[in-house]
Design a protein around this ligand. Structure first.
Ligand SMILES: [Zn+2]
Length: 404
């Protein structure tokens, strides 16, 4: 990869750069372990002295451990000491709320899920909090001798993250202004710190924290296509909040001012055309019978013409909706999440075709568009990452923005 040029950055960026490097080194160790300082320098393009300094800090914090001695190199050079992540150093609990049900997962420091449980949806937020709390207590028993650092919770829609208040929870069938955080704290009755964030934002965070990218992206948009369309924005390594935690509502970019009405008070929003319910509706209108978006996607992948056609249309709308995102955010990576990304060939082709037809090639040539690189549910992994980032990367919190 290209070496970063510190001299070209403003002083304020030194801190960001150093901290992103720390995350990058941790990621490289996690993905290549056992590995060495020399290999880390090669992979990251960082100076050897920078790598040594970062590794010393990680060793002192116990996040990384050192093991064994390699054979001397053929040239008789210095012996290599191998570095490995110390995964049991820190465990984190992630909770993720979705209209279809809730997820609870216990993860080690590397994002490996130790135990994961699905919780069926509840009609009332207090019942939901109680059900989640019961599962959390059960799952915590699997932590063994590891230390659980906290609980990260992914909420949906507009939220007030400090208290975990959901300002519009109608997606979950709970109405407006739900103090879910308070219910959950009470139901849990644990000493552990609890952090809240919008689920789509957490997906973006998970891509930075656990994702498999050739190099750490500094400007990334995660577009989550589910019941609605949410997005998380990372700018210069920081989660972008906006003034009132309302940034990234790209689902309400209007594609047609005379289109069908949307819940946001607008018309013809991207979400009205490209969310999972919209895709399913179009398929059914053409006589297709299907129970879930997963089933529709599977049919498209097996070449069923109507399913493929409907999915192509959805992706074409997505392409159109991404144009203002590309122009306003200018990300280097756009990551898409959600069931439809499993049919990546179909989706990617249609988005790219639409973008090439309508957007500036200056931007397109410098943009990579990819499905999520995460194996588990991105927002659930993001809830885990929220805890680990808070607990273990204090400088990185400064770099990524406060998570509250
Ligand atoms: Zn809307």
């Amino acid at each position: 990869m290209k070496k970063m040029d510190i001299r070209r950055l403003a002083p304020a960026d030194h801190r960001v750069l150093r901290d992103m490097n720390e995350v990058m080194v941790l990621n490289v160790i996690r993905e290549n372990q056992p590995t060495s300082r020399i290999d880390i320098a090669t992979v990251t393009g960082l100076e050897g002295s920078t790598v040594s300094r970062i590794v010393s800090r990680l060793l002192a914090d116990g996040l990384v451990r050192e093991e064994g001695l390699a054979e001397a190199s053929p040239r008789g050079g210095r012996k290599k000491r191998f570095l490995l992540i110390n995964p049991r150093k820190a465990l984190a609990l992630g909770v993720d709320l979705r209209p279809g049900g809730y997820g609870v997962a216990l993860s080690d420091f590397t994002g490996r899920i130790i135990r994961s449980v699905d919780v069926p949806p509840a009609g009332d937020p207090r019942e939901a909090a109680a059900a989640i709390a019961r599962v959390v207590r059960r799952v915590l028993k699997y932590s063994g001798d590891g230390k659980v650092e906290g609980i990260g919770v992914g909420l949906i829609g507009l939220i007030e993250p400090g208290e975990g208040r959901m300002l519009a929870a109608e997606g979950l069938g709970w109405g407006d202004d739900v103090p879910f955080g308070a219910y959950l704290r009470k139901a849990l009755g644990l000493e552990l710190p609890i952090y809240f964030q919008n689920g789509a934002w957490l997906s973006a965070l998970a891509e930075i924290w656990f994702g498999r990218h050739a190099r750490s992206p500094r400007n990334l948009v995660f577009l989550d296509i589910e019941e609605g369309i949410g997005a998380g924005i990372i700018i210069r390594g920081q989660l972008y909040h906006g003034a009132y935690h309302g940034a990234g509502e790209f689902g309400h970019i209007s594609l047609d001012p005379d289109g069908p009405p949307c819940s946001c008070n607008g018309r013809g929003c991207l979400e009205v055309y490209a969310s999972d319910p919209a895709t399913l509706r179009r398929y059914r209108q053409r006589g297709g019978e299907v129970d879930s978006i997963g089933e529709l996607v599977a049919r498209a992948m097996h070449g069923e013409p109507t399913a493929a056609e409907v999915l192509t249309e959805t992706a074409t709308y997505l392409g159109r909706g991404l144009i203002p995102v590309i122009y306003s955010v200018n990300p280097e990576v756009i990551v898409l999440g959600g069931a439809i990304t499993r049919a990546w060939e179909v989706v990617h082709q249609a988005i790219t075709a639409e973008l090439s037809r309508r957007a500036s090639h200056f931007y397109l040539n410098r943009l990579s568009l990819m499905p999520t690189t995460l194996s588990a549910r991105p927002s659930l992994l993001g809830a885990v990452a929220l805890v680990l980032a808070r607990s273990f990367a204090v400088p990185v919190i400064g770099a990524m923005g406060d998570y509250e």
